[in-house]
Structures are given as structure tokens and as C-alpha cells.
Write a protein that binds this ligand. Structure first.
Ligand SMILES: C[S@@+](CC[C@H](N)C(=O)[O-])C[C@H]1O[C@@H](n2cnc3c(N)ncnc32)[C@H](O)[C@@H]1O
Length: 257
């Protein structure tokens, strides 16, 4: 178990799909225009959302290697042995220990979604070096950049977001995480090794009817705030956001890049 439940990944998948930056997707698709086949590795694939989002944009014959360390999520990923032109191999790999193993063998493209903000600067450097050594293009999507706009606002929104952003910097298994600094750092590191980078916003946008994801997101923020308050020994009750009223009256947008 990685701490990312299948339910949470399923809840966010349509918002992630809508958020994926079209210019960046076009650049990836354009790089393989005219190719008949492609071999892709998806690092930290979860239940396979990136394959579902990108598959239609890539050459017709596709070989996907799906890598994650959560067997429960991998069990929900598109299964091996699907009929050609799509083949899928599922690999349980701990990317902290065995990134290089995940990248072994013939590949045309590395993809990863919602991973880079979880990793340390050192692990990111390792990924960049390994990708550059293999001369492979990289599609890294949905990296949280720390910004959120909440309308209508509530008194504790700023405090809750600050707490969440601090939590984003904590160790998720890869060492102290880059959190909201990950996207900028990735661009800098890839460019440093000679990559030309196409980047763009990939905001989540939640409207008044998107209550389940708003409720889940704000509950997570409130839980982190409560934990931080307990850690500080604070007597004050932790701030709680009346998510339902916000959902009913307004909209929430969370910006990721
Ligand atoms: C936010 S989820 C993203 C999943 C998927 N890419 C998506 O967009 O739906 C992060 C993923 O990283 C995986 N993960 C976390 N630590 C890992 C590790 N050490 N090795 C391999 N996968 C890991 C989790 O199991 C989870 O599937």
C-alpha cells in the first residue's frame, strides 16, 4: 500500500485528464508523429491513468511498461496480454531502490504523472541523469506547484493551504520531498542536461457540482492542519473549512504545472 488509494486515484482521474496541458501533450504526440510503434515506461503508474490519457495520442502499436510499488494499484491497471496493438507489462518496482531497473531495455518514452512533487532533489537528479544517458524524452505531468484559488474564500483557507504545502515537503519515501518546488526544479535540471522543455499549466478546476473531490481535498487539508496543531500542542481547535457550503456556492481551482 502506498497511501494513494484506488478510490482517490479514480476520483481525481477525470480532473487530471481535463487538466493535462494540451500544448505539452501535443509536443509529445508530435515527437512520435509518423512512428508505427512506441515503447513507453510509466513510472509510478498507479492504476494506469496516464496510459488511458495518452494512449489515444501515441502511435498505433504501443508497448507499455507500468511500474509502481503498490500491488493493489497495479492489480487495477490495464492488464497484460491485451490484444495487439497494445501490450502491457506490469512491473512491481520500488523506484527509490530500483529506478534503473525500471528503465532497463528498449524504450522510446518515459512518462510519469503526479510523482515529481513526491520525490527528493536527489531522486529527481537521478531520473534526469538516467533519462539523459538513454537519450529518452520525458513526459512528466500533473506536478503540484503550491497554488490554489478558492472562491468564495473562508477565513482559514490561507492557513490550511500553508499547512498542506509544508506537508508536501515531507518525506514520501524518496527523502524530503520537493513538493511545490518540483516543477521549476525539474525544468531547470532537464534544461541543464540539454533537454528542450515544453511546459504549461495543468490546473485542476472544480465547480460547485464537484462536491466529492472538494470534500475529499478539504478533508485532507483539515486532517493535516489538525495533525500539525496536535504536534504543536495547540489548544486551539484546528481550522475546518465548510467545504460543502463552498461547493454549493462557488468554485475551487487548484493550480498545478
Ligand atoms: C499521486 S499517485 C499517481 C498515480 C498515477 N501516476 C496517476 O496519475 O494516477 C503516486 C503514485 O506513486 C507511487 N509510488 C510512491 N512511492 C513509490 C515508490 N517508491 N516506487 C514506486 N511507486 C511509488 C504510488 O503507489 C502511486 O501510485
Amino acid at each position: 500500500m502506498s497511501g494513494f488509494s484506488a478510490e482517490w486515484l479514480a476520483l481525481r482521474e477525470p480532473y487530471d485528464r481535463a487538466a493535462r496541458n494540451a500544448t505539452v501533450l501535443d509536443a509529445v504526440a508530435g515527437a512520435f508523429n509518423g512512428h508505427g510503434a512506441i515503447a513507453v515506461v510509466d513510472l509510478a503508474c498507479g492504476s494506469g491513468a496516464t496510459l488511458r490519457a495518452m494512449g489515444p495520442r501515441l502511435p498505433p502499436r504501443q508497448a507499455w511498461r507500468l511500474v509502481d510499488n503498490d500491488l493493489g494499484l497495479l492489480a487495477q491497471a490495464p492488464q497484460p496480454g491485451q490484444r495487439p496493438p497494445l501490450t502491457v507489462v506490469v512491473r512491481p518496482v520500488d523506484l527509490v531502490r530500483d529506478l534503473e531497473l525500471a528503465l532497463e531495455g528498449p524504450l522510446d518514452l518515459i512518462v510519469t504523472s503526479a510523482l515529481l512533487d513526491l520525490v527528493s532533489p536527489e531522486w529527481l537528479d537521478r531520473l534526469v541523469v538516467e533519462a539523459a544517458a538513454r537519450r529518452l524524452p520525458v513526459y512528466a505531468a500533473l506536478t503540484y506547484d503550491g497554488r490554489a484559488v478558492i472562491e468564495p474564500s473562508e477565513p482559514f483557507d490561507g492557513e490550511l493551504l500553508d499547512g498542506f504545502n509544508l506537508h508536501q515537503r515531507t518525506d514520501k519515501g524518496f527523502g524530503a520531498a520537493l513538493g511545490p518546488t518540483a516543477a521549476a526544479r525539474a525544468v531547470e535540471r532537464f534544461e541543464h542536461l540539454g533537454y528542450s522543455v515544453v511546459q504549461g499549466r495543468s490546473d485542476w478546476a472544480f465547480g460547485p457540482d464537484d462536491r466529492p473531490i472538494q470534500d475529499t481535498l478539504f478533508a485532507g487539508w483539515a486532517e493535516i492542519a489538525a495533525r500539525r496543531a496536535r504536534g504543536r500542542g495547540s489548544a486551539r481547535a484546528s481550522p475546518r473549512r465548510p467545504a460543502r457550503s463552498a461547493a454549493a456556492r462557488g468554485s475551487t481551482a487548484r493550480r498545478r504545472e
